[in-house]
Design a protein around this ligand. Structure first.
Ligand SMILES: [Fe+2]
Length: 203
């Protein structure tokens, strides 16, 4: 399921409540791993296993990250059309929405120069890079004056998997390379129901 306009660049980073089309899709079919996507079936089962440990968000993000490392699919988890991305913004595709709402799996496609907004999250997140290089900036917000400080950067190549959980999860992801970047994002929430994994935007 492709995510409608107004999502990933300019208005909000990722699947945002501003996106009424996305929110109103709550009654639409829930995309799920199927026989057509055996790699996704294995990943969904592995993520389910990690979540069923029922521990805190930070530990869950690490357990899910371990499972994604063990079951990281290739970019062909997206269709050739999906892998093209979009000229106007980062393209997002909801690949799996767990029936009980425990997690959602999205494929995101960044053409060169495309970016998310600076944001943090409503839940734990795990990201695995499938193609290209994703430049990630990490930020810290000063409590007394809300100043946003860049505290680190990293270039995430194909195969790089990272898990994280609030608080202290303010970041921005940009494609600073000259080839399309593709990554898989797993969120501990029901993206169809809540409309967004993002808690707050800082730019
Ligand atoms: Fe994010």
């Amino acid at each position: 399921m492709s995510l409608p306009d107004g999502m990933l660049s300019g208005t909000n980073p990722l699947v945002k409540e501003e996106d009424t089309a996305m929110t109103t899709a709550s009654t639409a079919r829930r995309p799920a791993a199927s026989a057509d996507t055996p790699a996704l079936i294995d990943l969904v089962a592995a993520v389910r296993q990690a979540i069923d440990v029922r521990t805190g968000w930070t530990d869950t993000s690490e357990l899910v990250a371990d499972q994604l490392r063990a079951h990281l699919p290739g970019p062909e988890i997206l269709t050739p059309d999906q892998r093209l991305g979009r000229p106007d913004r980062v393209a997002g595709h909801l690949l799996h929405a767990e029936p009980d709402g425990a997690f959602s799996i999205l494929g995101l496609v960044w053409r060169p120069g495309q970016t998310t907004r600076i944001h943090d999250h409503i839940t734990w997140c795990v990201v695995g890079v499938l193609a290209g290089i994703e430049h990630e900036e990490l930020f810290h917000e000063e409590l007394f004056d809300e100043a946003l400080n860049l505290i680190g950067t990293r270039d995430n190549p194909p195969g790089e998997v990272s898990g994280f959980a609030p608080p202290g999860d303010i970041h921005r992801i940009r494609n600073v390379g000259d080839e399309t970047a593709i990554s898989l994002h797993i969120y501990g929430t029901d993206i169809i129901r809540v409309g967004s994994s993002a808690r707050r935007y800082y730019n």
